[in-house]
Design a binder for this molecule. Structure first.
Ligand code: KG4
Ligand code: ZN
Length: 342
């Protein structure tokens, strides 16, 4: 079995939320295949992810998605070095589909099984694109999570701060819903905001005055809702731009503060909201003014995918981390406790 660094062939399976994904990674960053089957169309009419629908769709899709990933990569299951799978955090039923599939494949081919934390996978996406200097400050900003970590070395994480209520992506989605822009809304707000005036309305920058590194987005969402209910006829593009500016300012300011306070020379931003063009723009400007390096994966690697799971899984495989076939899903798995849960 090849397991020297340059020869590893990792198949990764990701089913933590509403994307069924599989990827094959050769060595550290050669992504041979990267297949994502999105369920967005199934959940859109409900305005959010419906767990039962997500599980059923994963059951139907996981086999063709993995088949396609192996086929695109030109790799047979027997050639693999290991199988990495998202163990948590996420929707327990959805996680169980990927986990059960990965366990079966690992058992059938006598392959090692490597459990992966979804949040570490998001951060690991940055390692697919090149070297990431440590220590770094990691901003994980997605539909389910908004948190800042300090990573002194790859695989080590200390929580610096996190949202006390809604995740940033959740705020984008809820604001889009109340503005009648559909689901998921982050990408629509991003697009409309480009044509709007970010200074037209002054929405609150929550938690900026407090000295900690926590976030809060539900008050911002409420402020937009109150504004919209009162002045509903206002130009929606200006509302999108002004809301986005408030959310982005908060994320950038806290991330910059984290970098300053920890003295880290690099910032990594990842997760679906890291696709946001304004966030990418403002983080780049701030990182340059602070003199720190910035790593934001390409948008495809920011939203849920399995290439990032393969990157994290490969690192853990090389550390000797293996799971037995009684591995269970972990719906809540704080990144800083990942070694204990494995
Ligand atoms: O990482 P991800 O695909 O799934 C989770 O792990 O949650 O993130 C999805 C979130 C959604 O809330 C979506 O609205 C948001 O990322 N998102 C964006 C953008 N693209 C996706 N938010 C703001 N601007 C975007 N361009
Ligand atoms: Zn995610």
């Amino acid at each position: 079995m090849p397991n020297r660094d340059s020869e590893t062939l990792i198949l990764a399976v990701e089913t933590s939320c509403d994307e069924t994904a599989a990827a094959v990674l050769r060595g550290e960053r050669e992504v041979l295949s990267d297949v994502v089957a999105s369920q967005v169309g199934l959940h859109a009419e409900y305005g959010g992810v419906v767990p039962e629908i997500a599980c059923r769709a994963h059951v139907e899709t996981v086999l063709p998605v993995v088949d396609r990933a192996l086929c695109d990569a030109g790799v047979a299951s027997a050639d693999l070095t290991a199988i990495a799978v998202t163990q948590g955090p996420g929707l327990v039923g959805a996680l169980l589909v990927g986990l059960t599939f990965a366990k079966s494949l690992a058992w059938a081919h006598g392959l090692p099984l490597v459990p992966v934390n979804h949040l570490e996978a998001h951060l690991s996406a940055a390692f697919l694109e090149g070297e990431v200097p440590t220590p770094f400050v990691g901003l994980v900003v997605s539909g389910g999570h908004t948190a800042l970590y300090h990573s002194a070395a790859r695989g080590e994480y200390r929580l610096l701060g996190q949202t006390l209520d809604d995740a940033a992506g959740e705020a984008f989605d809820k604001v889009a819903k109340l503005l009648g822009l559909g689901y998921p809304g982050g990408v629509v707000i991003d697009r409309l905001a480009r044509e709007g005036d970010p200074g037209r309305f002054r929405f609150p920058r929550p938690m900026l005055a407090s000295p900690n590194l926590d976030f809060s987005f539900s008050g911002l969402k409420t402020a937009v809702r109150d504004h919209w209910e009162r002045y509903g006829s206002e130009d929606v593009r200006d509302v999108c731009a002004s809301f986005q500016e408030a959310a982005v300012d908060t994320l950038v300011e806290k991330t910059a503060r984290a970098a300053r306070e920890t003295g880290a020379g690099c910032v990594v931003a990842c997760g679906g909201v890291a696709c946001n063009t304004r966030l990418r723009e403002k983080l780049s400007a701030r990182a340059a003014s602070l003199g720190v390096e910035l790593r934001i994966p390409r948008p495809r690697y920011c939203t849920d995918n399995a290439a990032m799971v393969a990157a994290a899984g490969r690192h853990r495989f090389l550390l000797g981390i293996r799971a037995s076939l009684d591995l269970n899903a972990v719906p809540t798995w704080p990144l800083e406790q990942m070694t204990e849960a494995a």
